[in-house]
Design a protein around this ligand. Sequence first.
Ligand code: NAP
Length: 263
Amino acid sequence: MDLNLRNKIAIVTGASRGLGFATALLLAQEGARVAINSRNPENIEMASQKIYHLTGTPVLPIAGDVSQSETAQRVIEKVAQEWGGVDILITNAGGPPAGKFESFSLEDWQNAVNLNFISAVTLIQAALPYLRKSAAPAVLTVTSISVKQPIDGLVLSNSVRAATIGLTKSLALELGKDGIRFNSILPGWTSTERVEQLLHHRAKTNNSTIEEERQKIASQTALGRLADPQEFARVAVFLVSPAASYLTGSMIAVDGGFYRGTF
Ligand SMILES: NC(=O)c1ccc[n+]([C@@H]2O[C@H](COP(=O)([O-])OP(=O)(O)OC[C@H]3O[C@@H](n4cnc5c(N)ncnc54)[C@H](OP(=O)(O)O)[C@@H]3O)[C@@H](O)[C@H]2O)c1
């Protein structure tokens, strides 16, 4: 199947490593021009060189914190200036810290809202004029399976990501007739640096080892293991590709059967 991504202009934020990087790499392998973002200028530059060496496709690295609205707008404008438009936007960033409700201040809540919700709002707002001009526009928000089944010790993430689901579904309905598709992936446990940090936090809290914590999580999934970031990326790249032209407003769990409900 041809995903029809050749020369499409794609933006992936939070993409120096983990889910974002795996997705940007696969988009480039499919022939898309990819702009990638993360906060650390050296890391995003290194990630862009890695993608270029592996694919020969031009990559545009843009450093900046997407939880700050001006940065989110700057990322979109830079891509539009350099490449003349935007076809695909994948809103992604880091996750909020782990911890229990009583350990967080109002400022922690505000930071989580800015990181995982307002970033998506501002990126989409800034990209919309360009998406309207695209022949195959698509937006993918990266949220978490925790919106369906809250995860212990992640109250900030469990709460804030639900707002992004509301945004994604509302925009799918509001802008579907303009031809713009909006979907979300709800990743389950995927082996990235973020998950290594969470395992470390759990091992410390439970007085156990990281390996024991990894096994506990694996045993909660139907497939009995954590995902590899490429398993997330393959679904993400399909969802934003013209091959998924009749898919919008879908919240797709890529969780190895972690979620135990029937729907
Ligand atoms: N992995 C999982 O199992 C899983 C499951 C459910 C949900 N998620 C969510 O999916 C997202 C990606 O997860 P991941 O595991 O790939 O995380 P990760 O390994 O921590 O990678 C996060 C990426 O985002 C960048 N980043 C962090 N904060 C940013 C910001 N404010 N602005 C721009 N870039 C930022 C990081 O680079 P810099 O440090 O250079 O900014 C890095 O490239 C997170 O929101 C995570 O909570 C992950």
